[in-house]
Design a protein around this ligand. Structure first.
Ligand code: DNO
Length: 391
């Protein structure tokens, strides 16, 4: 498992020099931000991007995100050309050493929150989602500028796009995803690139648009759409966890359970997703959240005690199942007066990276100790028997 950190390219205030000083991080997760969605990423830009990371002592093996053009999600005739471009991007990225590509299939919007500065009791702030505040927004009319959105939409452009989705329900979206995957997965396989779809965030329909990557059943269906190891997922704890349907516990219940006789436990819902995705989790986003109501939650610091997700239990389950991909601390809070890109400040994410490294070290050492014990129990005895028999 490799611990990585998201970097927004050369305009990111958080420089590679700073990221490099986070003791456990070996690589960055990045993208090109100046090519319009649907275009082909210039090879010189990819070479420069991966080169500058390496010069700074960091690997550049994960691209997040390689956005999917809306025409592909809509299944329009123009999708064919955009799919060709997408394939070319995968080939080019593979050529420059990228091994994992994170993307999503959410119509129009990427992740969505109602408040980017939700105050936590310790004086820090985090991202939050309140259903009633979202329902009050009309993306068509209100002046919304959220970081998950493509800022290049004009109000009219957005209105026209939303209108196009009126004919696209969940099933149509699945068909369009299937058509996309059957084209790109073979190219990814041939290019040594693993495709890791990001779950919908939050995992329910917003503004009447369908959202389909929401839980275990969706993962099973996704994997059926295209054979091949390259067809996999980003296991995002905060996205999958945001719905009670995936069995997230409240923080209080979670702490009780951890302190109880059974010790840390992965919830049944997250376990089912992990089981469904076994062998196909290529990327892991560790983010903790607290559910405060039906379709209401806010993000928290990464450690298990701070939110509803038992991070150790999730990581252990994935590692026990053979996960050996990339992990990154996902959204952090704003702490120590930092004023940065929502969810993507330096300080709290750096704390998150070290926390993940701590969990991982404990896991690896526990495993080694267990293996040692087993050796003593069987290996040593067998050797002794052999010695005795030889005498
Ligand atoms: C949020 C991220 C997502 C993710 C995209 C991948 O912070 O996890 O925006 O990058 O959905 O396509």
């Amino acid at each position: 498992m490799k611990i990585t950190f998201r970097w927004y390219g050369e305009n990111d205030r958080i420089t590679l020099g700073k990221i490099r000083q986070i003791p456990v991080v070996t690589g960055v997760v990045t993208a090109l931000y100046d090519t319009p969605v649907g275009g082909v990423w210039p090879e010189e830009s990819i070479a420069r991007l991966t080169g500058v990371c390496r010069e700074n002592g960091l690997e550049c093996e994960v691209v997040e995100s390689l956005p999917v053009h809306e025409d592909i999600k809509l299944g329009l005739p123009s999708a064919a050309g955009y799919i060709e471009n997408y394939k070319e991007n995968i080939r080019r990225l593979g050529k420059y050493g990228v091994k994992c590509v994170c993307y999503n299939f959410m119509p129009v919007f990427d992740w969505l929150r109602s408040d980017l500065n939700y105050a936590l009791s310790d004086g820090s702030s985090a991202l939050s989602y309140k259903r009633k505040d979202i329902l009050r927004l009309n993306p068509d009319r209100s002046k919304l500028s959220l970081p998950g959105w493509d800022e290049s939409y004009t109000r009219d452009g957005l209105r026209a796009l939303l209108a196009r989705y009126e004919n696209v329900d969940g099933e149509r979206l699945w068909d369009n995803l299937g058509a996309f995957l059957s084209e790109i997965i073979p190219v990814a396989e041939a290019s040594g690139v693993k495709m890791a779809i990001h779950p919908d965030d939050p995992p329910w329909s917003v503004f009447g648009l369908p959202r389909i990557i929401t839980g275990a059943e969706s993962v099973r269906r996704l994997l059926r759409l295209a054979p091949g190891e390259a067809n996999g997922i980003t296991f995002c704890t905060g996205s999958f966890g945001a719905t009670g349907a995936n069995g997230l516990l409240s923080r209080r219940e979670n702490v009780k359970r951890r302190n109880g006789s059974r010790g840390g436990a992965i919830t049944d819902g997250l376990k089912e997703i992990a089981d469904a995705a076994k062998g196909r989790v290529h990327f892991l986003h560790l983010r903790n959240i607290e559910i405060t109501g039906e379709h209401d939650f806010h993000e928290t610091a990464h450690p298990s005690e701070c939110g509803g997700i038992d991070m150790y239990a999730v990581l252990k389950k994935l590692l026990d199942d053979g996960f050996d991909g990339y992990v990154r601390p996902d959204h952090g809070r704003m702490i120590w007066g930092e004023n940065g890109r929502p969810g993507y400040g330096l300080f709290d994410r750096a704390l998150g990276a070290c926390y993940i490294a701590g969990l991982y070290e404990a896991y690896v050492k526990e495993r080694a100790a267990d293996a040692g014990k087993k050796r003593d129990k069987f290996g040593v005895r067998r050797n002794v028997n052999k010695l005795i028999n030889n005498v």
